[in-house]
Design a protein around this ligand. Sequence first.
Ligand SMILES: Cc1cc2nc3c(=O)[nH]c(=O)nc-3n(C[C@H](O)[C@H](O)[C@H](O)COP(=O)(O)O)c2cc1C
Ligand SMILES: [Mn+2]
Length: 484
Amino acid sequence: MAYADLRDFIQALEKNKELVRIPFEVDPYLEITEFADRAVKSGGPALLFEKPKGSSYPVLINGFASERRMAIALEVDNFQETADRITEYLQMRMPEGLLGKLKMLPKLAEMGAFFPKIVNGGSCKEVIRKGADVNLKELPVLHCWPDDGGPFITVPMVFTKNPETGKRNCGMYRMQVFDERTTGMHWQTHKQGAEHYRRLQAEGKEAKMPVSVAIGSDPTAMFSAILPLPPDLDEMMIAGFLRSKPVEMVKCETNDIEVPANSEFVLEGYVTLGEKRREGPFGDHTGFYSLADDYPVFHVECVTHRKNPIYATTIVGPPPMEDYFMGKSIERIFLPLMRMQIPEIRDMAMPAEGIFHNLMLLSIRKSYPMQARKVMHAIWGLGQAMFTKVIVVVDEDVNVHDYSEVAWKALNNIDPQRDIEFALGPIDSLDHSSRMPNWGSKMGIDATRKWAGEGFTREWPEVLKMTPQVKQRVDELWKKAGLK
Ligand SMILES: Cc1cc2nc3c(=O)[nH]c(=O)nc-3n(C[C@H](O)[C@H](O)[C@H](O)COP(=O)(O)O)c2cc1C
Ligand SMILES: [Mn+2]
């Protein structure tokens, strides 16, 4: 059964003993960060701060911060279930004969459930506050790290519309609260919000871009906001797929954007085209501060919220943090989609230390010379995987989730001068080492076994392995010797 809203998810976390309530006062200025950081690093629970200092709204943090909690959020036992469901749809073909077509009907009906449904009202409008009555400072927005430029809303679902196609986009872009009614809008240049902004600016017809932001909704809608989807693929449809039930969307009070009707908070407003303001620094998910930079300004004209709303947030910082677990589930869920486009890929892993975009380990089934290089370039050309700074390609017999095995085999298999591929391309905006913001160099390491067809004429040795007979005999002797 799909979660009705954030509260429903909180209840599920509580029922599974995955949430602890903090009944006393804790300061959103740094203190909640320290709580959340310690909790995630020690495998601790989600936290619900019932009395954040300076606000009357409780704060939920770390709701997604473990594999178990991500599985509860997506209502699966493990992510393979979701990956398998995706594969099932990808393999769906036009059925033959009447019987085949009839068998297909339930699947088609299921697909109908994915599409968002527009409704006339929703709990997000239980309280409506406009104009001078809007005060973002009432929200328990975290000042996350000591040198941050201010308090940041960290899990906003930012809704915009593509001015050319009218299609909606939802991306999670942090928002620095500047004052009662304005925030930063940190959509990085490669993201869809920024693209909509550029297109509207190029049209030259409007001075303002409508934007609405939902904070706290059912967990699949929140999770969908971070998915690296192709432009114009509606995140809310994917949320509908994940929860097997349409996301109910309601039109905002002051603009034409729709938001999930069950949201805890909705901030409605606009971004003035051309207006920018210094945003940051911000203690980021790289574990470093991302530098202050100029970003658009979001003017909030209306805030609607539920009665007794719960403020959802996260912190990022030295890994692993909550976002690592969100990313890990994306890695698992998106593998079938990736394999559809790059079929030789067997498996992939993005270790926490690589912060998603810095390191991707790939195992492939190699069928022709230089295939590892082909795979690298395909990754660098694939949606947000374009940000990948270092790619290591190994043969299919290597378990990419065993980082020790990858390091051992890759380091043995490479002749660095021969096996490293450098390329230039777009780089994540948060990278502080690239020579210019937003682009730089990338490195691919071909750690596969080299073939004669690739110019390798020497013999390639096998990995050592004991014979099963000896293993079996020593199993018995081992016990006899009293060894454990
Ligand atoms: C907690 C969290 C915070 C994020 N903050 C930002 C951000 O400030 N700016 C940004 O461009 N992307 C940010 N992202 C990543 C985007 O949400 C992600 O790239 C998403 O796919 C963008 O959607 P889009 O392709 O529809 O633009 C964040 C992700 C997470 C999990
Ligand atoms: Mn998108």
